[in-house]
Design a protein around this ligand. Sequence first.
Ligand SMILES: [Mn+2]
Length: 241
Amino acid sequence: MVDVSPFEVCQVADAGDISVSPFSIDDAVREIEARADDLTSDGARLVTIGGDHTIALPLLRSAAKKHGPLAVVHFDAHLDTWQTYFDAPVTHGTPFRRAAEEGLIDMTGSLHVGIRGPLYGKGDLSDDAQLGFSIIAAHEVERHGLAAAIDRLHERIGDRPTYVSVDIDVLDPAHAPGTGTPEAGGLTSREMLEFIRAFREHHVVGADLVEVAPAYDHAQITGIAAAHVMYELITAMASTH
Ligand SMILES: [Mn+2]
């Protein structure tokens, strides 16, 4: 374990909330991309906290403009690569399909971590594989061990510029009850923090943490997990600043 004092080696600033339209998802997505462009125009790296998974799309659009196609490591119970959701193309179930179509993702270096059933449709896994994602399923972490899973992650992303997207529902509801689509059988927060520490060896250019729903939280269980995940992410980013 390497000691890092992230706030000593990096200037870390809270840029506040991004103001977005609550009425038009298209306007909101455009506003998020524009604000991300603005916040990173001086070379700063952006990590966002809050929102649902829709926001990964404008954030990836912004990051890919600067770095080219990104290795995306997506922590989630769900694939989020549907074609549409209730016929809508831009939702929290579709961001990585849109991003793949737009060439924002380096598919040779990208993977989902923590995926678990039940799936919504029979074709979900094959559709996802066709896009080119690799998967470390939640049960594989238990079956083959955390160290083996982290080795796979290292191998997959290599030295590519990397974007880390964390849906808090990757954690088991015991560790993160405050979210909109909880699924049993998820990662523990201890496993999750170890995954995040793996990024100390990689070049993380941006990150998000989404789908925390404070109104469903109890005793700040979800908030504590989310805050620690972000702290470790910022620490990992500071390790390679
Ligand atoms: Mn998600």
